[in-house]
Design a protein around this ligand. Structure first.
Ligand SMILES: [Zn+2]
Length: 103
């Protein structure tokens, strides 16, 4: 969680650097190719850290979701840890994952 916050801070700093790169690069450019290069550098500064941080965020969410799951003892599908009924086979479950046989 701390790592994700650090990633977002770095992403924001890089976005500001990207904006400055575009602004100064275009102001100092002597032609269209240099302006295009400055714009590309600025976009890269902003977009690459953003994509990295979004990927870190998605991976952390995926890991967190997997830690909250368990296998249904009847059908072996992954279900949420706090589930009382399996969403795949409709089997009632006790809190320790042992099946409660209906009927
Ligand atoms: Zn099941």
């Amino acid at each position: 969680m701390v790592f994700l916050v650090v990633c977002w801070v770095v992403t924001i700093i890089c976005a500001v650097l990207g904006f400055l790169t575009v602004a100064t690069g275009i102001a100092e450019a002597k032609g269209a190719p240099q302006q295009a290069a400055a714009a590309a550098m600025g976009v890269a500064w902003a977009v690459i850290p953003y994509c990295f941080t979004r990927a870190v965020s998605a991976i952390q969410r995926e890991v967190r979701d997997r830690q909250r799951t368990r296998r249904c003892p009847m059908c072996a599908e992954l279900i949420r840890g706090e589930a009382r009924v399996c969403r795949f086979c409709r089997q009632e479950l006790t809190s320790d994952a042992a099946p409660v046989l209906s009927e």
